[in-house]
Write a protein that binds this ligand. Structure first.
Ligand code: DGL
Length: 264
């Protein structure tokens, strides 16, 4: 018997985590919660994000989720401790994959650029992670809030997206970096545009695989690659998504994310 697993994001960025989950855990049932009424979280106050996160995760539990993945670095940064302390199911969080970059580098000099939302970039959680890895001197942070709006509007590789990325990344000498960490799940939609702009010495790293591996190990799940029809219900801020046009948009996004998955 499969489990019911909740996946929550402020919007449609967490579909990248769902996509990863479906590739390994296809016999399970998923509930995907996008808080589209309140997206973007990355520029909201910590109190607001805390409240939205509780509303979403409680909703998923009330609807039968036996475990919840917070597929949002911003919500994890603000709310994960409180969620775990107050709710009774396993809750898996998501943080920028700085540790993965760190583990991949055999050379102490290798440099990492983390892109994320303003709340994640300015939050204590990411700073602590970098300090604990002793990686302060070789890690730079950049907030890219507009990417969340572009993603929510299904604008993935327009001229405006590319100019924004070029302009923001021009603040750094990219030839000095080895890793670009996608510290926001929405940023997975832009891997192709990022790849075009980044020099070949920079590898793109996201946290999706690590997050699903943690879900698998915490719950003791068996990995199955059986290509079953995905069993997913989608919710927008507590309302089940039934409209055909929205379900089609979600399918298109998942198809794009599947293409992006191969880019590194
Ligand atoms: N997808 C979210 C993250 O991983 C945040 C996007 C937002 O600003 O709402 O950080």
């Amino acid at each position: 018997m499969g489990m019911k697993i909740g996946i929550f994001d402020s919007g449609l960025g967490g579909l990248s985590v769902l996509n990863e989950a479906l590739s390994k855990l296809s016999e399970h049932e998923f509930l995907y919660y996008a808080d589209v009424k309140n997206v973007p979280y990355g520029q909201k106050s910590r109190d607001e994000i805390l409240k939205f996160s509780f509303d979403a995760v409680k909703f998923l539990i009330e609807n039968g989720a036996e475990a919840v993945v917070v597929a949002c670095n911003t919500a994890t940064s603000v709310a994960i401790k409180e969620l775990r302390a107050n709710l009774s199911v396993p809750i898996i969080g998501m943080e920028p994959a700085v540790k993965k970059a760190h583990d991949l580098s055999c050379d102490d000099a290798l440099k990492t650029l983390v892109i994320a939302t303003p709340v994640t970039v300015n939050g204590a959680k990411l700073k602590e992670l970098i300090t604990n890895l002793n990686a302060k001197d070789k890690t730079e942070l950049l907030a890219l809030p507009r990417l969340v709006n572009f993603a929510e509007n299904s604008e993935f590789d327009s001229q405006s997206v590319k100019s924004y990325l070029k302009e923001e990344l021009a603040k750094f000498d990219l030839s000095k970096f080895d890793f670009l960490v996608l510290g926001c799940t929405h940023f997975n939609y832009f891997k192709d545009s990022l790849r075009e702009i980044l020099p070949s010495n920079v590898s793109i790293i996201d946290g999706n695989e690590g997050t699903i591996k943690r879900l698998i190990s915490e719950l003791g799940l068996a990995v199955s690659n059986a290509n079953l029809t995905p069993n997913v219900k989608f919710f927008y801020s507590g309302e089940e998504v039934c409209e055909q046009s929205e379900l089609e948009k979600i399918s298109r996004n998942l198809a794009r994310l599947e293409k992006m998955r191969a880019i590194s």
